[in-house]
Design a protein. Structure first.
Length: 455
């Protein structure tokens, strides 16, 4: 995979009334610009699957700003954080520095009461030379790479994903770290959403369902570890179009494996984690803060349901195995060790009593998807399919029906509803009412805000 060069300008700035330099420039050069020192270059290189290269970064300073430390008390935070960054940029300009070759700017100041990301760069206060706020620095640099905060769900909580650096330090798992005589706390790597946002997922290492009506076995290698060999994929991504009907929220779901080692050494155990990626672009740990899944655990998305079951974690925690499947209306399913084949209709399973009935349905054995034993246990039994049923259905008239009523009528006709537009009433439908179509065809309904006269 191609390397992403991301040079940072590191500006070391002191206030005009404070001559102290907590560390020499060489310290910051090793921390921010060199691989092999255990600094943030190594962190970002590892958690980005070897993609991000920060070695083009440069350290400048120490430079004296034309401001005293007393002026900080006149600022209001976090809104005025950008002013402090600008003071550093002004010092660079006064020293004749050209910052245009650098993709991001990080200002280190030898005094302060607030620090973090601003619209014009990253501000790090470093007044105590024995302290290295490693995890905090990595988090704020994440903003410099364009990454947002991560969330957990139920309830939605910002900084709620303890498995992702972009939730530092509210919930993230941390461990002590030493760097060139300084000490502090480091934290976890990236979740799959943020790895993807960086463009750092190696080609061919994302598993996606081929489309609605699927059942697959997936092997995942761990994120945030050196790429040692290749057992399988790194991320599972379930887009909204992978289900039938399309997921109405337009959310995607991601699944990843995390190994308790390296930058992830402080996580509770080797585990699978799952996130919803909403249309706001943020990731939400599922089903809530601290959630994790181990062998034997199962997660089910909201309707339309997709099932994710952890079938195993390698003894050396080098990879995890999963089964992932859906159960859309009209699909055929069986459990691994059982011969019975079921037709799924309206979230009810119907035993297909013979191969002749299966073939009469217009199906073949290739249409039957196997799921783990117990994977159909949550579905109630309906009448057995004994005689070949009709293969056609008549489209009901749902014009001016409520969305809920239309969905009920369409499903009762053995068809699949699909809604477009905003509102709660059906403004038009396609195919038209009375049309005879194949069972489980899609009926598309355009919604509007309220009922009205027929067009």
């Amino acid at each position: 995979m191609a390397t992403i060069d991301w040079p940072w300008a590191i500006l070391l700035c002191r206030f005009s009334d404070l001559a102290g330099e907590p560390q020499p420039p060489s310290y910051y050069a090793q921390l921010f610009t060199e691989n092999g020192t255990g600094g943030v270059c190594d962190y970002w290189h590892t958690v980005s699957c070897g993609t991000l290269d920060l070695t083009g970064s440069q350290v400048f300073g120490w430079m004296t700003m034309s401001h005293t430390s007393s002026e900080v008390s006149q600022l209001v935070f976090p809104g005025d954080r950008g002013k402090l960054v600008q003071w550093g940029r002004d010092a660079a300009q006064a020293n004749g520095l050209d910052l245009s070759p650098f993709r991001s700017v990080l200002v280190v100041q030898n005094f302060g009461v607030d620090h973090g990301a601003a619209g014009n760069g990253i501000l790090i206060v470093h007044g105590n030379g024995s302290l290295c706020e490693y995890g905090f620095i990595c988090h704020e640099m994440g903003h410099g790479f364009g990454l947002p905060h991560s969330w957990s769900a139920n309830p939605d909580t910002v900084y709620g994903d303890g498995w992702d650096v972009m939730s530092f330090a509210t919930t993230t798992f941390q461990f002590p770290i030493a760097f060139e005589g300084a000490a502090g706390a480091a934290t976890v790597g990236l979740n799959g959403r943020n790895l993807e946002a960086l463009g750092a997922v190696p080609p061919g290492r994302t598993w996606t369902p081929p489309g609605p009506d699927f059942s697959g076995a997936v092997t995942l290698d761990p994120l945030n570890q050196p790429l040692l060999g290749n057992h399988g994929d790194l991320i599972v991504k379930i887009p909204p179009t992978a289900t039938r009907p399309t997921r109405p929220t337009q959310s995607s779901y991601t699944v990843e494996f995390r190994r308790k080692a390296g930058w992830d050494q402080a996580i509770p155990q080797h585990a699978i984690t799952i996130r919803e990626i909403r249309t706001d672009g943020n990731s939400y740990l599922q089903p809530g803060m601290g959630a994790q899944f181990v062998a034997g655990d199962r997660y089910v998305t909201p309707d339309p349901q997709v099932f994710v079951q952890v079938t195993g974690l390698d003894a050396a925690a080098r990879f995890a195995t999963l089964r992932i499947w859906d159960i859309p209306d009209g699909c055929l399913r069986k459990e691994d060790s059982k011969p019975q084949v079921y037709l799924i209709e309206n979230a009810t399973k119907h035993w297909v009593t013979s191969p002749a009935v299966l073939f009469a349905l217009g199906r073949t054995w290739a249409d039957v998807r196997a799921v783990p034993d117990g994977g159909l246990a949550g579905l109630p039994d309906g009448p057995d399919v004994v005689d070949p049923p009709s293969q056609t259905a008549q489209v009901p008239d749902v014009f001016e029906s409520s969305r809920r009523g239309a969905e009920t009528d369409i499903r009762a006709a053995k068809l699949v509803p699909n809604f477009t537009g905003a509102g709660t009433w059906v403004a038009s439908q396609s195919p038209a009412a009375g049309t005879v179509v194949a069972r489980w065809s899609t009926v598309t309904c355009r919604l509007r805000g309220r009922a009205g006269p027929r067009p």
